[in-house]
Design a protein around this ligand. Structure first.
Ligand SMILES: O=C(O)C(=O)C[C@]1(C(=O)O)C=C[C@@H](O)C=C1
Length: 364
């Protein structure tokens, strides 16, 4: 390519950038207008709701449907995710608590869902995220709920039994783990590998093959593991991209998870009900009486109405030894007439039924 051609193309890019800039600013002014309208139409004592997950899901879906390349759908939606995040921050900067410290996959999930224009607050434990939301110190919390290799995150499920929370969104994150060391580490003398217990489990086979005799030490998060090895001489950490970058660690090996499709699902918790979008999921907790056929009775209404169950999990109940509660996720919104009917049927048989929330299926 000649210098001339390159120059001409850059002139075109500059002109396009000016147009993009103008359009983004116009969109941001529109969002400010939306905020004004929302404020003006409030009833006495009503609190304005600026963040609208159902609308955001529609915007991102529309972008993906209309996109004709060359950028991929996900890439394009990510760009719009950030534009919308900044527009919302003009209306109201959201405060989001997540399972920290900085650099965790939960932080990455929070950014994927809300974009980067939020005020984020790392918490030391899952229960603290719940408490922070319950106390009204933040608008939303982000917690991991299940991993495709290791299964349920029990701390999260148990926290739902203790707190009244509304689930208002979900996000799935592909989890890639790397073996990381600090600049002073002698790679042939690694005697300890730190990570979160779930991450150590997700890399078990790789560790057995490459570091069979090295001590594996479980710590509170993989970001914490990364932080520790920064100053140590003979230890390594298993953590993801964010933690590697944050603590400036070297990657001795990349993508060491045993299953290439290793993914974690995260939930956004708050106290805002989300209206239907037409492509939603619902999460409920049910406890049934301890009698033969109870689980069957619980599942029949779903089957009879052709409702797609996406997950069922069992946890010991807090109310008695050898009694259990079921966490169930299914496709549909609790305001859909069909789903309403199913929930009514279940509540006739159940000891207790709680709808944790209906929310748009993850778009990104
Ligand atoms: O449509 C709204 O209610 C808006 O506030 C605008 C907007 C946007 O930028 O598109 C911003 C924040 C909301 O979460 C959803 C959408």
């Amino acid at each position: 390519m000649s210098e001339q051609e390159l120059k001409a193309l850059r002139v075109r890019i500059d002109a396009l950038d000016s147009k993009v800039l103008e359009l983004i600013s116009e969109r941001a002014r529109c969002a400010q207008e939306v905020a004004r309208v929302k404020m003006a139409s409030l009833a006495e004592g009503e609190v304005p709701v600026f963040y609208r997950p159902e609308r955001e899901a529609q915007v991102l879906k529309r972008v993906m449907e209309r996109n004709q390349g060359p950028l991929g759908n996900e890439e394009m939606a990510r760009l719009f995710r950030e534009i919308m995040s900044s527009c919302l921050a003009l209306e109201q900067p959201l405060k989001v608590a997540y399972l920290g410290p900085e650099g965790t996959f939960t932080q990455a999930a929070a950014m994927k869902h809300f974009g980067h224009a939020v005020i984020s607050k790392p918490m030391a434990a899952i229960d603290e995220v719940f408490r922070e939301v319950a106390a009204g110190a933040v608008n939303f919390g982000v917690v991991p709920v299940e991993n495709s290799t290791e299964g349920a995150v029990n701390h999260t499920l148990d926290s739902f039994l203790e707190h009244d929370m509304v689930i208002c969104g979900e996000v799935e994150l592909r989890i890639h783990h790397h073996l990381l060391v600090g600049e002073n580490t002698k790679t042939d003398s690694i005697s300890r590998i730190y990570s979160h217990a779930q991450s150590l489990a997700q890399c078990r086979k790789w560790l057995d093959a490459h570091y069979p005799n090295v001590e594996r030490v479980a710590v509170s998060s993989n970001a914490e593991a990364a932080k520790r090895v920064k100053g140590e001489w003979n230890s390594a950490a298993i953590a993801g991209d964010m933690a590697a970058g944050l603590y400036d660690l070297t990657r001795l090996a990349e993508k060491i998870e045993d299953r290439p499709d290793n993914s974690t699902r995260f939930l956004m918790i708050g106290n805002q009900e989300v209206p239907p979008t037409g492509d939603d999921k619902t999460s409920i907790i049910v406890s049934m009486s301890n009698k033969p056929g109870a689980l069957h009775e619980l599942l029949v209404p779903f089957h009879d109405n052709g409702i797609d169950l996406t997950r069922i999990e069992t946890r010991p109940s807090r109310s008695g030894k050898w009694t259990y509660v079921f966490f169930i996720d299914f496709v549909g919104h609790h305001r859909d007439p069909l789903i309403k009917g199913v929930l009514e049927k279940i509540s006739q048989e159940a000891v207790a039924l709680k709808v944790l929330g209906s929310y748009p299926k993850a778009v990104l």
